[in-house]
Design a protein around this ligand. Structure first.
Ligand code: SF4
Length: 293
């Protein structure tokens, strides 16, 4: 899932990394400068990464409802599919990286359905396709690495062929985020922060989340992360489609993330109801708490 194609490797090596080296990142926008402006948070309140980076609600009232009023979301099919596929990708990959693959059917039996919505057979079909996609790619990559290095230990083959920290737990407290964040994937050999989106139309603001995680990683581990990637998974005629937005985590994106964080932490800290817009999307998961319909 998180492997780069040949074309993406070319983009990384001949465009993104040279740009990152030439243009650079303003030192005050590196996560390790969390203790001074502009990264230093104004408020003591903490928020999850999805609240900082989400732009589903035009006025950010969803943040007020979820973080101040503690409203419960009503999950729809799309959100359920997203949750299940995040689980499929992380659990299948973690099992493979740990050297103890598990069977899809066994995994499916343990899905917890409380609060989830949608046709289970349809969801299962898509989950199985993604499971097969991930395990098939990983298997091929492991065989390739093992065939190139005859004296590599099994553990090293796995760590080199699948260089991914998946669902890595990290504290975002230094940047005003909750201290139990879980990032989708960090490729530690290529230093790329990934964020997974399911059946989503590409939007500029989708870049905020991996950039936020990159800065959190910089704040905790003090290593620079210059490249991020939003990975889009969708389906067409029974096939899994994977599309990647690979980009340089530049000053503009970092500043945009800080603006979002500051505005949303202000809503939370000051318990400020931003009000409703003229029109709301039908699929808003806080619609019931917000508008009562
Ligand atoms: S119903 Fe509208 S105003 Fe309320 S949270 Fe959803 S998008 Fe925002």
């Amino acid at each position: 899932m998180y492997f780069l194609s040949e074309m993406e490797h070319k983009l990384l090596i001949h465009k993104l990394l040279p740009t990152a080296r030439e243009v650079g990142v303003n030192p005050e926008l590196r996560g390790w400068n969390w203790h001074q402006a502009p990264l230093k948070p104004y408020y003591d309140e903490k928020a999850p990464m999805y609240a900082i980076c989400s732009k589903y609600c035009p006025t950010d009232r969803d943040i007020y409802l979820s973080q101040v009023k503690k409203a419960k979301p009503q999950l729809n099919y799309d959100v359920t599919l997203g949750k299940i596929l995040h689980g499929v990708v992380s659990d299948s990959l973690q099992a493979l990286i740990g050297g103890e693959p598990i069977e899809f059917e066994r995994w499916w039996e343990n899905v917890r359905w409380e609060g989830l919505a949608g046709d289970r057979e349809e969801l299962k079909g898509k989950a199985r396709l993604v499971w097969q996609y991930v395990t098939g790619l990983c298997h091929a990559r492991t065989l390739q690495v093992a065939s190139e290095q005859p004296y590599m230990a099994r553990r090293d083959v796995l760590a080199t062929s699948m260089p991914f920290l998946v669902e890595h737990k990290i504290s975002g407290a230094l940047l005003g985020l909750s201290d139990i964040l879980s990032l989708d994937c960090y490729d530690y050999l290529h230093s790329i922060m990934f964020d997974l989106k399911v059946e989503a139309k590409r939007e500029d603001w989708h870049r905020l989340s991996p950039v936020g995680y990159a800065m959190v990683f910089e704040s905790v581990h003090e290593v620079p992360i210059d490249v991020c990637c939003t990975l889009y998974v969708s389906f067409k005629e029974g096939k899994v489609l994977v599309n990647k937005d690979l980009f340089f985590a530049n000053n503009d994106l970092r500043s945009w993330w800080i603006e979002e964080r500051d505005r949303k932490l202000e809503i939370i800290a000051q318990k400020k109801d931003p009000g409703t817009p003229n029109a709301c999307g039908e699929s808003c998961i806080y619609r019931k708490s917000c508008r009562g319909d």
